[in-house]
Design a protein around this ligand. Sequence first.
Ligand SMILES: NC(=O)C1=CN([C@@H]2O[C@H](COP(=O)(O)OP(=O)(O)OC[C@H]3O[C@@H](n4cnc5c(N)ncnc54)[C@H](O)[C@@H]3O)[C@@H](O)[C@H]2O)C=CC1
Ligand SMILES: CC(=O)C(=O)O
Length: 321
Amino acid sequence: MVERVNRVALIGTGAVGSSYAFALLNQGVADELVMIDLNIDKSEGDAMDLNHGLAFAPSSKKIWFGDYNDCQKADIVVITAGANQKPGETRLDLLEKNTAVFQSIVESVMSSGFDGIFVVATNPVDILTYMTREFSKLPAHRVIGSGTILDTARLRYQLSEYFDVSAKNVHGYIIGEHGDSELPVWSHTTIGGQSVFDRIQDSPEKYNISDLDDIFEQVRDAAYHIIKRKGATHYGIAMGLVRLTRAILHNENAILTVSSHLDGIYGVEDIYIGVPAIVNRSGIREIIPLHLTEEENRKFLDSASILKETMKPVLKQYKGE
Ligand SMILES: NC(=O)C1=CN([C@@H]2O[C@H](COP(=O)(O)OP(=O)(O)OC[C@H]3O[C@@H](n4cnc5c(N)ncnc54)[C@H](O)[C@@H]3O)[C@@H](O)[C@H]2O)C=CC1
Ligand SMILES: CC(=O)C(=O)O
């Protein structure tokens, strides 16, 4: 039997892309990684550097600097190319310039004959995931945005610190826009199976319900705090993208809060937004329809309408709508 070779094509080898490549290699998730970027020297240098770590990697891999022709045989194309936020900028401020970058990237990938799954991380990720589907014309379940995977991981970390338990035993989701209008789903948040509200109520001497607001604020504003200090965030998202890559390549049926195409579910039409979804080798197998409280539902709909409103100018420009 011929063994299947898993190939990932990475477009954009800046802070996020190169951290992703490093994490992918260290975790031994893909067999082949081709790196593509406008900045040839940086990308070529990264490929050389990473190859020198192959002897220490869990299994032997092939890594090279390539071009769009290499996307033809890729199982996944991960896009982390484009501008990032400067201090004070929101993710939505990046829309116009990054949509133009995406048109040329996605069209070049499709011209190679690519027939796999797109994973998008560039901001504003929900709208650029939508535009990737527009430019590629691939079925919606094969175009996935990193959505709120990072925000969900930040929530689990913050709660693990607060309750002094492993982040692995904290379950909860951030849903909505990957950005300022996202929201926590407290009604479905559990610590070792116990609802977060019960946990607080059981130990009033240690915990206070109002602390949840501060915890969420830390999560929502994390990118601003990090960008102010070091100019970019990249390790957390890189590890989140590797988690998503593994879910796809290893056909895991893993539940992750990815940016998924909603068409009626959650009461919204034709939008990409972060919700829990089952991810496997075919892409997004199924979206989980969480039963939200009235307040959570209102916040989710607000977040969806902010995305819809923000994307109107690009839809007009690129789709003539
Ligand atoms: N979804 C998420 O949770 C996160 C998303 N991001 C986003 O990821 C994106 C990348 O951020 P960084 O890596 O920090 O930026 P960066 O500036 O370090 O890297 C961007 C790379 O894209 C390349 N590039 C630009 N146009 C290109 C084109 N047409 N074709 C090929 N390559 C091109 C540049 O040469 C550069 O190497 C930003 O939009 C940022 O906001 C960052 C962190 C988290
Ligand atoms: C930059 C960004 O999107 C984040 O760190 O959440």
